[in-house]
Design a protein around this ligand. Structure first.
Ligand code: DC
Length: 221
């Protein structure tokens, strides 16, 4: 089995890139941020106080998260309901960053993430894939871009969907999430020792895809 870990901060383009590269190489793509998002959504819907780590931990057994693949697309089922769209809302993004700092949450989601790499060639993206989830991944990529360009890309993405976007607010949220994700005690976002860093600030999407495909081919030959 081949495992490719792609880590990096929010909005670096991990999911868009991982999706395209996995299509090109015939791997399955697992977006691990989605399961943190589903956990956060479950807390929001059930009024679980995310600052109360004990309350979140005792709520976890009531959460059933499943990832299914339909027409090559990943769908997230939270207690049998497809929440793939709902988990993309901005309030869920920030809540996911908060719940993901809770060690019990990370432990709860670890097994689910690892199970995918046991049965298929995978490209998995997240924050701690190369460092914690799949430390033996054959290829590790750390994808970055400046906060400003990440905010700009997010604005464009929202505008394409016909939604209004406030650049300053999005940039503020990105910087805040970067801080949360890199400063938490358990499995913080950091580059794995043997990862290749790809800074996409001045690169186009096709350039990034070409670069990642060539890194994967080079390292798995
Ligand atoms: O990649 P994303 O924006 O969908 O992730 C949402 C949040 O989940 C992110 O702010 C941090 C957390 N996360 C994590 O801690 N570890 C992962 N492997 C993936 C996401």
């Amino acid at each position: 089995m081949i495992a490719v870990a792609i880590d990096g901060p929010a909005g670096a383009g991990k999911s868009t890139i991982a999706k395209k590269v996995s299509e090109e190489l015939g791997f399955i793509y697992v977006d691990t941020g989605a399961i943190y998002r589903a956990t956060a959504l479950a807390c929001i819907e059930n009024d679980v106080d995310m600052d109360d780590h004990d309350a979140v931990e005792s709520f976890l057994p009531q959460i059933d998260i499943r990832i299914i693949f339909f027409n090559g697309e990943q769908h997230i089922l939270l207690n049998d309901k497809d929440v793939s769209e709902e988990i993309r809302k901005e309030n869920v993004s920030m809540a996911a960053s908060r719940v993901s700092a809770i060690p019990a949450v990370r432990k709860f989601l670890l097994k689910l993430q690892r199970s995918f790499a046991q049965t298929s060639d995978v490209i998995m993206d997240g924050r701690d894939i190369g460092t914690v989830v799949l430390p033996n991944a054959q290829v590790k990529i750390f994808l970055t871009a400046s906060p400003e360009i990440r905010a700009k890309r997010r604005v464009l993405q929202l505008e394409e969907k016909g939604e209004t976007a406030d650049f300053d607010k999005i940039l503020y949220d990105i910087v805040q999430r970067d801080y949360n994700d890199t400063h938490r005690e358990t499995a913080p976002l950091k580059m794995a020792e043997n990862a290749v860093e790809v800074d996409t600030t001045a690169m186009t999407l096709p350039e990034v895809i070409e670069k990642i495909v060539s890194i994967i081919k080079e390292q798995t030959q």
